[in-house]
Design a protein around this ligand. Structure first.
Ligand SMILES: Cc1ncc(COP(=O)(O)O)c(C=O)c1O
Length: 391
């Protein structure tokens, strides 16, 4: 490998949420919060240093090069043609979702989502004074499928204004395929439902799976959808806040721009974010991303093999994308109430409890972030095995 994913900073001392909570044991392994432990692609530092050297942070425009980089990236990776006038940005993905709910739904409206659901999305729906309608994903043969009958029936019954899609799906790791996406789009288009698509996990994709942005699905999708992406998850740039919003329908774009101007997000933007996003999307980090996917895939395979070979009482759901592994612990003999506590106390591993972070359908599940060095992954797996031996 050209890039070194085996050497990382000590995140215990840099304010990391995942590694540095003050009440944790010294030898804790952070496998919760969805960020990467790895150093970023070198082009990001190269893009940021000249800005820091200038030491001047005035109101700045988004240069043409930035828009071109985004369009080229969508075209190169997904065969999607994006026009400059479709594009805008706000500081965060969840913020974009919350604003979009304010634009395309009114207080009291319903919003349909697939569950289990990443809780900040629930908070955004709540904050918009909308009501969540759950279309639970169905576990079939170790992976989750969309229940289209339930989706359509609930749309007909509750008349949601919005379908809030998370694709790739957090926490299940599903990457919806073209057929599934067309079906979802068709139901929404037929019933006057706007799609808000959170695509933040779209850069980490395994095996033969293919991530398809919502606007690349078909013309119908372009008429009714808001496409939201951020490089935060894939390129580990959470501290360079920037979500890219793409809306092809001119009326929807007009309504959206009116609101983001109201927040003053349509004007100047963070010059560091613009520089990093431009360099990444121009292709300067493509090779790094390719190697990152391979490194993560190896970590994933090793984890799945280990669980199987060591006969750990865990049922993992193999993710098709993202660096998050969703694990059913119902047969582990540790109850469903104190899962995170068990892993913290017995293995000194901090991970996400399914129910606490993803709602009632997450009860009895944990989610682990395997974007750690392979050495740390091995240590974590060994500790989990020992914890079960001592149970
Ligand atoms: C599905 C999903 N959307 C959004 C976010 C957060 O994105 P941002 O930090 O850009 O708001 C996360 C973070 O884990 C996520 O999993």
């Amino acid at each position: 490998m050209k890039f070194d994913f085996d050497t990382t900073l000590d995140h215990k001392n840099n304010g990391s949420y995942r590694w540095g909570m003050s009440d944790m044991p010294n030898d804790v392994i952070g496998m919760g919060t969805a960020d990467l432990d790895f150093n970023c692609a070198p082009c990001i530092r190269e893009a940021l240093i000249p800005i820091a050297q200038e030491n001047c942070y005035n109101y700045r425009q988004r240069p043409d090069e930035y828009y071109k980089a985004i369009s080229d990236w969508y075209s190169r990776n997904y065969g999607l043609t994006v026009k400059k006038e479709w594009l805008s940005s706000v500081p965060s993905t969840i913020g974009a979702i919350r604003i979009a709910l304010g634009v395309y739904a009114k207080p009291g409206d319903t919003v349909i989502v697939q569950t289990p659901l990443f809780s900040p999305i629930d908070w955004a729906i709540n904050g918009a004074d909308c009501k969540l309608i759950a279309n639970p994903l169905t576990p079939i043969k170790g992976h989750y499928e969309i229940d289209f009958n339930d989706f359509e029936a609930k749309i007909k019954k509750y008349h949601p204004s919005i379908y809030l899609m998370v694709n790739p799906h957090n926490p299940t790791g599903r990457v919806f395929n073209q057929m599934e996406l067309e079906h979802l789009v068709e139901i929404c288009a037929d019933n006057g439902v706007t799609i808000i698509s959170d695509e933040v996990h779209g850069m980490i994709i395994y095996d033969q799976h293919k991530f398809i942005p919502i606007l690349a699905v078909n013309d119908k999708a372009q008429e009714i959808s808001v496409q939201i992406v951020s490089l935060s998850k894939g390129y580990n740039v959470m501290s360079l806040p920037h979500a890219i919003i793409t809306i092809a329908n001119p009326d929807m774009q007009k309504a959206w721009m009116r609101q983001i101007q109201a927040y003053s997000f349509g004007y100047a933007t963070n010059s560091f974010s613009i520089a990093a996003v431009t360099s990444i999307l121009k292709g300067e980090a493509d090779e790094w991303m390719h190697e990152l996917n391979a490194y993560l895939f190896n970590n994933l395979e090793e984890t799945l093999d280990y669980i199987k070979e060591q006969r750990l009482p865990l049922i993992p759901y193999r993710p098709e994308g993202s660096y998050l592994l969703w694990i059913d612990c119902h047969e582990a003999g540790i109850g469903t109430e104190e899962l995170a506590q068990f892993f913290m106390e017995k293995a000194h591993i901090l991970l996400d409890d399914g129910e606490e972070n993803f709602g009632s359908e997450g009860k009895g599940f944990i989610r682990i972030n395997f974007a750690v060095t392979n050495k740390i992954l091995k240590e974590a797996l060994g500790r989990i095995k020992k914890a079960f031996e001592e149970l």
